[in-house]
Write a protein that binds this ligand. Structure first.
Ligand code: ZN
Ligand code: ZN
Ligand code: ZN
Length: 110
């Protein structure tokens, strides 16, 4: 089977909204691992966490591209094709955003 994901074009230089799962923080709940949405910067908890907010975020927004938000982990995942990919230099957040082209950056400012 050929692993061919067309969604990597959706990936943007996002800035993480929060340092923990956005919804769990609001609920005062806990998580196991964190996933960063590479389309909007939403941080959600993984499927090993009881609330699975990263997957819920995908179902709610149709943002299929995430990467691990765990220190030292550098892999991405497409929920639609269920393939792993290397997020490489496109997937940066925080202070590093300033080093990237400004494509789509403005519309992230609320
Ligand atoms: Zn895909
Ligand atoms: Zn959560
Ligand atoms: Zn998103």
């Amino acid at each position: 089977m050929e692993e061919n994901c067309e969604h990597l074009d959706l990936m943007k230089p996002v800035e993480a909204h929060t340092n923990g799962c956005e919804e769990c923080l609001k609920m005062g709940d806990r998580w196991v691992h964190l996933r960063l949405c590479l389309e909007c910067g939403h941080v959600g908890c993984c499927d090993s966490s009881k609330n699975k907010h990263a997957t819920k975020h995908f179902h709610a927004t149709q943002h299929p591209i995430i990467k691990s938000f765990e220190p030292g982990e550098d892999w991405g995942w497409c929920y639609i094709d269920e393939v792993e990919f290397d997020p490489g230099d496109n997937a940066v957040f925080g202070a590093e955003v300033d080093n990237l082209p400004r494509r789509n950056y403005r519309q992230h400012q609320h």
